[in-house]
Write a protein that binds this ligand. Structure first.
Ligand SMILES: Cc1cc2nc3c(=O)[nH]c(=O)nc-3n(C[C@H](O)[C@H](O)[C@H](O)COP(=O)(O)OP(=O)(O)OC[C@H]3O[C@@H](n4cnc5c(N)ncnc54)[C@H](O)[C@@H]3O)c2cc1C
Length: 382
C-alpha cells in the first residue's frame, strides 16, 4: 500500500511502525513540519495501566522504549503545606523529544521515510495514496477543513494552563495546589529525565484574569510562578520551551474517516492531560487502525469503519473520564477548602472510575484516614 501520514507524533509514528513491520513492502511516508530535533512541551507520563495495555498490543515497541523511562510507584498530592503520598498509582515518564527521537530511529530502521520540515497543507500537495492518515494533532487542518464530514465538536474549556519544565528532578508525580491572594495555582510536576521535570501550571479562568497574565511578559510570568511554588522548587528554576498560556480544546468526532482519509491521535480526540493518557490513546488508535487493516486484508473501505468499531468503546470510556477529570480542576478554588485528606480522596475518586474499595486496595492508609475523618458523620447518620 502507498500510505501517506501527516504528522510525526506518537500516533503517526507508531502506525507507520506497525504497518511496516507487518509488511515491509508498504510504501510509507510521514510528513512532519518540525525539524527532527525540536518539539513542544517537556515530558509525558504513562500510568502503569496504560503501559500494560500498550505492552499487550505492541510488546516490541514497549521493550524498545522501556530502558528510557523514569519510574515511580506513587503520586503525591500537596494541599498548601500538607503532603499526602498516595500509593498504588505507578507511573513512568519520558521526555517528549526523547520519545519522538527513539520512535524516529525505530521507524526509519524499518524503512519508513520521514520528511522533516515539510508542512503539508493540502490533499493536492500530498498526491496519490491508498490511505491518508491525519496524525497531525489537536489542530489538524484535515479535520478542521472537513468538520461536516467528521461531525466534529470542539469544547474549549475555561481553565488556563502553561506547559513549563523545571530543573528540579521531582521524586514522584506530584499535584501541588497552592492558595494565593489571586486564587489557586496548581502545578502538575514530575521528573522525566534525571535532571529535568515537567512543570505544568494550571489556573481557573478568574485567577488568570485577576493576575493579569494575559498581558504579563514571559519573564514576569515565570517569576510569578516561581514565587508561588518557591517551597516546592527549593531554589530550582522554571524553564520555558515556547511556553504560553492555553485553553484545553476537548475535541470529538462522530465519524472518523471519509474516502481514504482517517483520523488518529489528538486529531481524532483530545484527552485532558490530567489523566496522563493522550499519548497512550494516540498509540492505541494506531494499533486499532493497524488491526482493522490486517483483518480486512488492507481493504481500506472495509477497514476504516472496522477501526471505529474496534476502538470506540475503550477509547470513549477514557475520553469520558478525562472530561470528568478536567471539570474537577475547574472547581479547584472551591475544592481546596476541603480538609487535605478529603481533598486527596476527592482527587483520587474524581473520575468515578475509582471507588472506596479501590482506594482501599491502592492505599489502605488514605482510605483509613478518610474513614476516620468521616466516622462521626457515619455515626450521626446511624
Ligand atoms: C500540556 C500538555 C501535557 C500533556 N501531558 C501528557 C502526558 O503527561 N501524558 C500523555 O500521554 N499525554 C500528554 N499530553 C497529550 C499528548 O501530548 C498528546 O495526546 C499526544 O502527543 C498526541 O499524539 P499525536 O501523535 O496524535 O499528536 P502530536 O503529538 O500533537 O503530533 C502531531 C504532529 O503533527 C505535526 N503537524 C501538524 N500539522 C502538520 C502539517 N500541516 N504538516 C506536517 N506536520 C504537521 C506536528 O508538528 C506534530 O509533530 C499532553 C498534552 C498537553 C497539551
Amino acid at each position: 500500500m502507498r500510505i501517506k501520514i501527516v504528522g510525526a507524533g506518537p500516533a503517526g509514528l507508531q502506525f507507520a511502525a506497525l504497518m511496516k513491520r507487518h509488511d515491509p513492502t508498504h510504501d510509507i511516508t510521514i510528513y512532519e513540519r518540525s525539524p527532527r530535533d525540536a518539539t513542544w512541551g517537556f515530558g509525558v507520563v504513562f500510568s502503569d495501566r496504560a503501559l500494560e495495555f500498550l505492552r499487550a498490543d505492541d510488546p516490541d515497541l514497549v521493550a524498545y522504549l522501556e530502558p528510557h523511562f523514569e519510574r515511580w510507584p506513587e503520586i503525591t498530592i500537596v494541599h498548601n503545606d500538607t503532603r499526602i503520598p498516595v500509593a498504588g498509582n505507578g507511573f513512568t515518564s519520558i521526555g517528549r523529544l526523547e520519545l519522538l527521537s527513539l520512535l524516529y530511529a525505530y521507524v526509519e530502521r524499518l524503512g519508513v521515510k520521514i520528511e522533516f520540515e515539510t508542512e503539508m497543507n493540502s490533499f493536492e500537495a500530498l498526491g496519490p495514496a491508498d490511505l491518508i492518515v491525519a496524525a497531525n494533532g489537536a489542530f489538524s487542518w484535515i479535520r478542521q477543513e472537513n468538520e461536516q464530514k467528521f461531525g466534529t465538536s470542539v469544547d474549549w474549556r475555561p481553565n488556563r494552563f502553561i506547559w513549563y519544565g523545571a530543573t528540579k528532578p521531582f521524586n514522584s508525580l506530584t499535584l501541588t495546589f497552592r492558595e494565593t491572594e489571586l486564587g489557586v495555582f496548581c502545578a502538575h510536576h514530575y521528573r522525566y529525565a534525571p535532571d529535568r521535570s515537567t512543570f505544568l501550571v494550571e489556573l481557573e479562568e478568574e485567577t488568570f484574569r485577576r493576575g493579569g497574565f494575559e498581558t504579563m511578559s514571559p519573564e514576569d510570568t515565570i517569576a510569578h510562578c516561581e514565587r508561588v511554588f518557591a517551597k516546592d522548587l527549593e531554589g530550582h528554576r522554571i524553564i520555558s520551551n515556547n511556553s504560553h498560556w492555553r485553553q484545553f480544546p476537548a475535541v470529538w468526532n462522530e465519524r472518523w474517516s471519509f474516502d481514504n482519509v482517517v483520523l488518529i491521535g489528538d486529531a481524532l480526540r483530545t484527552a485532558h492531560f490530567s489523566i496522563g493518557s493522550g499519548t497512550r490513546l494516540a498509540m492505541e488508535d494506531s494499533i486499532a487502525l493497524f488491526q482493522a487493516l490486517k483483518q480486512t486484508g488492507n481493504d481500506v473501505q472495509k477497514a476504516l469503519p472496522l477501526y471505529r468499531d474496534i476502538r470506540i468503546k475503550p477509547m470513549k470510556a477514557i475520553w469520558d473520564a478525562a472530561n470528568v477529570s478536567l471539570r474537577w480542576y475547574e472547581r479547584m478554588d472551591e475544592l481546596i477548602k476541603l480538609d487535605p485528606i478529603d481533598f486527596a480522596y476527592s482527587y483520587m475518586t474524581r473520575t468515578g472510575r475509582v471507588d472506596h474499595a479501590e482506594v482501599k486496595r491502592r492505599d489502605p492508609a488514605l482510605a483509613q484516614a478518610w474513614e476516620k475523618l468521616h466516622a462521626g458523620e457515619a455515626r450521626a447518620k446511624g
